[in-house]
Design a protein. Sequence first.
Length: 222
Amino acid sequence: MLPSSTVENYLKAIYVGETHLTDGQKLVPMGQLAGALGIAPGTATTMVKALAESDLVDYEPYNGVRLTAAGQKLAARVLRRHRLIELFLVQVVGMKWDEVHDDAEQMEHVVSDALIERIDEMLGRPEVDPHGDPIPTADGQLPHRTLETLLTCPLHTPVTVARVTDQDAAFLRFIESHNLKPGQTIEVEARDDVSDSVRLKAPNGVRMTLGTRAASKLLVTG
């Protein structure tokens, strides 16, 4: 099977899904994969079976799917293109971080490895994209960082926003409007389980309250 844009999108979605598996999980559930791609579960299953026949994934009916070594290599290559393109569009072209995802989705399938290498060199070999997502290296390695969410980090301790896991444009605009982009230092003052809220304080003393769903999408480092 040639790596068409559809194949690459599936492999990339499985790759990203694997990075979010919790301890003990080994397979990306088919429902989760279908949801990430915005397609029907039956359509996802048909395609995954074809990927399995090409030795790009291991598929276990009723359980889920994982990448083979060959599938992982190709998926990391696509994800590297996507995240470097996003960073290039923000830093060089001047686009906003909430505008670049769709363009990167198109461009990731057509740019050459030579161009990506030049972009990587021009940007100074970055490790993360504009949203803080790690950029795979040229040999497919994904930089690892130990991060916590605003729901698990220490209280009354300055932490730095390192990654925003939700790429929805409206959510990114919300994050930007509240000065919560990667690099911003904040402090969690309190968590309220009853109201499902987290109270934050910025270095300038400004306080704000987030719902736990939004707070879970902000990863921070000490």
